[in-house]
Design a protein around this ligand. Sequence first.
Ligand SMILES: [Cu+2]
Length: 102
Amino acid sequence: MNFVKINFVKVIVVALSLVTASAVAQTDIPLADGEIRRVDRETQKITIRHGPIPNINMPPMTMVFQAASPALLDQAKPGDKVKFSAVQERGAYIVTRIEPAP
Ligand SMILES: [Cu+2]
């Protein structure tokens, strides 16, 4: 009986630390280098020529991303050099942050 209780506590501890780890990962996504090639506000898509994106295992290439929100595209225009972060969600690549390259 005690054994079962201890294992239950363990499961909760592991579950909590997983939640914490993924919350940290969300805010801690590394920024990749990119150059904006195309912005399509209608479909909320942005084409970026990008450097390596380690968190989604992607080598450098030019590709289309979905923007996480319309506001992300407000300042974006072709030719801009940017730092950006992207995630992969259910097969789609989504840009979650864009800032001017320093
Ligand atoms: Cu890519």
